[in-house]
Design a protein around this ligand. Structure first.
Ligand code: SAM
Length: 228
């Protein structure tokens, strides 16, 4: 069944231009049923009651109680990466349940900055991936922040080669979770000192060296494979 994002779930819902076009392309008709979600955790089933040149309207038939979210919100804080690698991380990271992506400027950055267009594209990638993976939450993609200005809440872990600790043994699910992964050149001594200052714990991803776009997905993969 088709999934449609609405501004908020209510008895009668109207759609924005992008979703209207999407329904027209799919050749849906009044009377068809679609899944609706607001991107912030609410979802349900709705009937398409109007679809014409003037717009589209939906009537809510029932709310869904299914949650596909972790017990606590998970933020993936990842260093800026080159080319399409960030889009790949956001796409797969959304499937793997991240609630927020925080892009980070680290000392050994692969690229110094990303433009507004790229940020907008990453947000579209997150929305598409949320629909595809049947999430009710569309993850936020936050503009890059220098590591020195990053103030994560709850439990914070960073992937660092050679660390003895294991993520799943340390996660309590009693507080929001933040997972940090570094750039291709790794974390600098200053980055590491900053992470220590934040109370972040270093964790291993095994004895192999993963690429900077693989490591964040391995962190999230560990959570997902625990069945949460
Ligand atoms: N020479 C760099 C170093 O020693 O940190 C390698 C960096 S690695 C290509 C990119 C990032 O992926 C690292 O900063 C780290 O966050 C993560 N990473 C890769 N392999 C890892 C492993 N086996 N254990 C923990 N983190 C890893």
């Amino acid at each position: 069944q088709h999934r449609v994002r609405v501004e908020s779930l209510g008895e009668r819902m109207t759609l924005g231009a992008a979703e209207l076009k999407h329904l027209q392309v799919l050749r849906l008709r009044p009377g068809d049923t679609v899944q609706v979600f607001d991107g912030q955790g609410a979802a349900g089933e709705a009937e398409l009651t109007q679809l014409d040149a003037f717009g589209a309207a939906l009537t809510l038939r029932g709310r869904s109680e299914i949650s596909r979210e972790y017990p606590q919100p998970v933020t993936l804080a990842t260093a800026l990466l080159k080319g399409d690698k960030l889009a790949d991380v956001v796409r797969a990271g959304t499937e793997l349940g991240a609630a927020t992506f925080q892009l980070l400027n680290t000392r050994y950055a692969d690229v110094p900055q990303i433009g507004d267009n790229k940020l907008a594209r990453l947000r579209r990638v997150a929305e598409e991936a949320a629909k595809q993976s049947q999430r009710t939450v569309v993850p936020q993609v936050l503009a890059p922040l220098p590591l020195a200005q990053f103030r994560p809440e709850g439990q914070v872990f960073y992937a660092h080669p050679g660390s003895p600790a294991q993520l799943l043994q340390a996660v309590t699910w009693q507080a929001p979770l933040t997972l940090v992964s570094g750039p291709e050149g790794g974390f600098s001594p200053k980055d590491l000192a900053q992470l220590e200052k934040l109370g972040a714990q270093a964790v291993t991803l095994g004895p192999r060296i993963l690429r900077a776009e693989t490591a964040p997905l391995a962190l999230l993969g560990a959570l997902a494979s625990s069945g949460m």
